[in-house]
Each structure stands twice: as C-alpha cells, then as structure tokens.
Design a protein around this ligand. Structure first.
Ligand SMILES: [Zn+2]
Length: 192
C-alpha cells in the first residue's frame, strides 16, 4: 500500500481535488480519473508557482548598463493566469514599455516578470499594476507603461457567456503618466 503523509501540502491539494471530483457524483476509481487528483494538483502547483518565486531569482542580475534613453518595448508577451474570483483561466497578451535611465533589463526577463505575477490568483487590473511597478523598481526607469489584453474564461464558459469580450487594462507610471507624447508614442508603437 502507498504510504501518504496527509499533512504534506502536495497530498493536501490532491485530497481536495479528489473531493471536488467526488462532489460531481463521478467515480474516482474509474480509469480516466484515478490519477486525476495527482495530475490536477501538480498542474495547480505549476499555475500558482509565482507565489514561490522571488524577483531576484527571476531577474538574476540580467540588468545591463545602457546610454540609451529611447523607449524599449516588449510586446505580445503571452500570458496565462487564473482569476481569483472563479479560479478559471484568463489568457491574453501583455505589452510593456519603458524609458531606461542608465540600465536595461534582459529581454526574456520582462516576460518572466509577467509570468511570476500571472502564475498567481489574480485580477487583471492588479496584475497590470504589479508588472508596471516591478519593472519600474528593477530598472529605475524614467517611466513604464503596461497594457494587458485578455479573455476571461469565467465570462466565456459561465455567467454572461460572452465569447468575444476582451478586457484591456493599462498602468502608466512616471513619464508615461505625466507626458502625453510619451504615452502616445507607446500606444502608436504598439499598433505597428
Ligand atoms: Zn472570474
């Protein structure tokens, strides 16, 4: 017999997934479901892995000196998150822009910062703000702009069942907030 420690976090999650499946009236013993609590628990752990990451791990010193003070844009960063109200996915893209002041961030690190916050229970507005504030903090940029557009499965599969609604959120910091032409440059570069 398998010896399990019911107090370990992993087995706890597995146990709760088993209860959730049972609550539908399903037979947990049937072939297709027998390992589902385990699989669902590891998937959930992965999808909420952002809680166990630190900014230092993610950035890993990938900050490079730069004389440029021209806008840097990373657009179309794929994003997968879970809404904190229904624990259903929301899926979309993030666009990040900043004006460096002496240092630039490694390109992949921008995407990893987005992932770190996306892999938590989230609302899109907060995710957008967290990414913007973190990029600002790490790079000490003169300004940061973040736009996220996403489709929420909690709206598509249940509730109002609106398949085509796309939610857009933005966070503008520093000169992206105070300077209209900077903000417009960002928005027009995103359209190209
Ligand atoms: Zn929701």
């Amino acid at each position: 017999m398998e010896v399990v420690d019911p107090m370990s976090e992993e087995n706890n999650t597995k146990h709760y997934f088993a209860k959730i499946i049972e609550s539908t009236g399903e037979d947990l013993g049937r072939a297709g479901l027998v390992d589902t609590p385990q699989r669902a628990s590891s998937a959930f752990e992965y999808l909420t892995g952002g809680y166990h990451q630190t900014l230092d791990d993610v950035v890993n010193d990938a900050l490079f000196p730069s004389d440029s003070n021209d806008m840097v844009i990373v657009k179309d960063i794929e994003l997968y998150s879970l809404c904190e109200h229904h624990m259903l996915p929301f899926i979309g893209r993030a666009h990040v822009g900043y004006i460096p002041r002496g240092k630039v961030l490694g390109l992949s690190k921008v995407a990893r910062i987005v992932d770190m916050f996306a892999r938590r229970l989230q609302i899109q507005e907060q995710l957008t703000t967290q990414v913007a504030k973190t990029i600002a903090e790490v790079t000490e940029a003169a300004g940061v702009g973040v736009i996220i557009e996403a489709k929420h499965l909690c709206m598509m599969m249940r509730g109002v069942e609106k398949q085509n609604s796309l939610m857009k959120t933005s966070a503008m910091l520093g000169c992206f907030r105070s300077n209209l032409s900077t903000r417009n440059e960002f928005l027009s570069l995103l359209r190209d």
